[in-house]
Design a protein around this ligand. Sequence first.
Ligand code: PXL
Length: 270
Amino acid sequence: MIKIATIAGSDASGGAGLEADLKTFEEYGLYGMTAVTLIATMDPDNGWAHKVFPLSEDAVRSQMETIFKGVGVSAAKSGMLGSFFAVDITREYISSYKIKNFVLDPVMVCKGAGEPLNPELNNAIAEKLLPLAEVVTPNVFEAEQLSGIKNIGNTKEIEEAAHIIYKKGARHVFIKGPRLLGAVKAQDFFYDGNDFEIIESELLNTKWTHGAGCTVSAAICAGLARSLPPLEAVRLAKKFITNSLNSGFALNQWVGPGNPSAWRSSKLFS
Ligand code: PXL
């Protein structure tokens, strides 16, 4: 059995965070483990406002011991870390256990949470975790933060941002889903230091995309765990998320996730 871990927050609503990661790992036939950094809850009496409950440093470190020392993994990803110590501990374990297949999802903002998380924490993520990343998976906002380029609005600026992020140490850069003016396809951008690749799928008209970023980075990580080269892992992840979002659904009036298991259950019950 191939083992894989996520270092991430728990989303009580189940669509994003480590819940999305675990569901994705399962679809790839892998054994998933979790180091929980925080618990995110959403308030139904206050417009689904997010609240975050960080776990203690000791609790985060103990989980890392369980996973990396006690078991071992073929790949790991990080999601919402939420504290400086979680960034430091992630760096420590990914480097001392020489995890080559490390996918950094630099979660800096959460849809629905309104404002960006702590900007100083974003700098720590860039400095300490980018150099360890086999693949980093920023959305456009995060690519702006990581590269320092403001208001990315066209392919040339995406290329520049990808190049800067690559120079800061990530071995592959995957920029997720910018809505560029005039785009008729859902486009993501992949850069490996030499070639710049646009990866396209049909543009879906859905607002149920909660957890899409977590899911796609988990799918890339799962592909790497299965020994796919990064570009192949990214292509398969793109198919996986498109499938999932094609079966998205509402949880309530505020939020709806994709359905990562849709392709399987449709076979089981047909
Ligand atoms: O989608 C970003 C995200 C990541 N991690 C956790 C979250 C969210 C958004 O809700 O709750 C735990």
